[in-house]
Design a protein. Structure first.
Length: 181
């Protein structure tokens, strides 16, 4: 079984800009630049054959390039799985790509967990059960950084990733990349 997901790739300048957003983070563990991504579909644990079928379906997609705008920082999740994330403006193109990926997964025999698509880029993970003090410092930091300029880039590709969990954090390995037209 391979834990996997499909994500929009961030160009190096966008990842570098997010690194500056991570500076001064008062709590949590910053996501390394090589792991910054915008998840389009979490696939969970899948057999290799299922991922190969999905790969074939993804190669047939022909989505166009589109603009991505990262702005604002927020806290997601509860005490057990909280993350600090950069917000992503939802656009028709981004939503269409998300739906196309869901269709490709369905066509290849995958049943995905139904959850609301809330595009974001996780920039830090919080320890389980962060205290009110840590949450308070994070809220103050988020408020202080609210005026940061948006990070804007053209989405040029998305990828199928393997995600291996380790005590020091997840390690993502790109399995295949799909260019946007």
């Amino acid at each position: 079984m391979i834990r996997s997901f499909v994500a929009l790739d961030l160009p190096d300048p966008a990842a570098s800009a997010l690194e500056t957003w991570q500076a001064g983070l008062p709590a949590g563990r910053a996501v390394p630049p090589e792991n910054l991504h915008l998840t389009l579909a979490f696939l969970g644990d899948r057999e290799t054959a299922a991922l190969e079928d999905l790969h074939l379906a993804l190669t047939r997609l022909r989505p166009q390039r589109f603009e991505v705008r990262l702005s604002g920082i927020d806290l997601f999740g509860g005490a057990g799985r909280a993350v600090v994330a950069a917000g992503v403006r939802t656009t028709a193109e981004l939503t269409a790509l998300h739906h196309a990926l869901g269709g490709a997964a369905h066509a290849s025999g995958m049943v995905l967990e139904r959850r609301r698509f809330r595009p974001h880029v996780t920039i830090a993970r919080l320890p389980r059960g962060p205290g009110d003090g840590a949450r308070g410092r994070l809220q103050a930091w988020i408020s202080a950084t609210a005026t940061r300029p948006a990070i804007i880039f053209e989405a040029q590709s998305f990828s199928l990733y393997r995600s291996d969990l380790h005590p020091d954090g997840a390690r993502h390995t790109e399995l295949a990349r799909y260019p946007l037209g």
